[in-house]
Design a protein around this ligand. Structure first.
Ligand code: CU
Length: 290
């Protein structure tokens, strides 16, 4: 496993000069990959796998129900020390200490939430969650340790007994929302273990012209998250291109990223951008050849 990952890393270096995308299977264990964007920007490549070091626990303050906001208490614990982790134990990544990527079993209701710390309860975080569906959700905490090691730590939240249908496998490469049209393409057909560059071109639907006024959102011009169809893994996606240095900066008309899928089959991607002062999330479905 270690060897294959190293090979994959070398391959991705050769192809696009970026680190490996790594499957994380936290239903059982959480693999992690050092995901050093700063290092990447400077040409450094010190990605490597580690055993999971953190554990995630979620406790809703009441029953979760579709369409209703519910407070949830979150504890992130260092497995070795048993110590709960607060903001000072985590590094800033994309302007936040902790990102939650939440998705239901059909991979349709995706939400990106930033928990906050309760000053009265050290070691405890909280967030409000409004599930749209009465199903089980997977919550992936995206946390970066001060040494730059990034981990995805998974846990489940049950919002009802409804069984989620399998994610649709039909390819969806375009999306339209909030006056923008998004078209996804890949430099090469997606294949397990093979690096590819993805690009999402954005057009203003009113004028039909390429849209080049993307605003910074969490220290980037766009965030892309990719879930494998088995619902049990999240793929590493590395944004490419310059990061904004000020709020006034604009970018477009495309956002580019690097991905190296670790799972074959359906791949669901969500792109999150900010334009005209509004945040927009759009879904895509691609397929990864074995
Ligand atoms: Cu986030």
């Amino acid at each position: 496993m270690k060897t294959s990952l190293l090979t994959a890393a070398a391959l991705s270096l050769a192809l696009v000069g970026c680190g490996p995308a790594t499957k994380v299977d936290t239903a059982k264990t959480a693999t992690s990959v050092a995901d050093k964007h700063a290092g990447m920007a400077m040409g450094g490549h010190d990605d490597e796998t580690h055993a999971p070091t953190m554990k995630l626990a979620l406790s809703p303050n009441g029953p979760l129900a579709p369409g209703r906001a519910q407070g949830v208490t979150l504890t992130l614990t260092n497995i070795a020390s048993g110590k709960p982790l607060g903001p000072s134990d985590l590094a800033l990544a994309h302007t936040k200490r902790l990102h939650l990527l939440i998705v239901d079993g059909s991979l349709t209701d995706y939400q990106h939430i930033h928990p906050v710390v309760d000053p009265a309860k050290p070691g405890q975080w909280r967030f409000d969650f409004t599930p749209l569906l009465g199903r089980t959700y997977k919550v992936w905490a995206d946390a970066t340790l001060p040494d730059g090691t990034q981990e995805y730590i998974g846990a489940e939240l049950v919002a009802g007994a409804e069984k989620a249908p399998l994610p649709s496998a039909a390819t969806v490469m375009t999306a339209e929302k909030d006056g923008l049209k998004f078209s996804l393409s890949f430099s090469t057909p997606l294949k397990v273990g093979q690096a590819a560059q993805g690009s999402i071109a954005i057009v203003d639907t009113k004028t039909g012209k390429p849209f080049a006024a993307l605003q910074p959102i969490m220290g980037a011009f766009g965030h892309i998250v990719a879930f494998a169809g088995n619902w049990d893994s999240i793929e590493h996606v590395h944004p490419l291109g310059e990061e904004p240095k000020s709020e006034g900066e604009r970018s477009g008309p495309a956002i580019n990223f690097h991905i190296q899928p670790e799972q074959s089959g359906t791949l669901k991607l969500f792109a999150q951008v900010r334009a005209n002062g509004r945040e927009t999330i759009v879904p895509f479905t691609a397929n990864v050849a074995p």
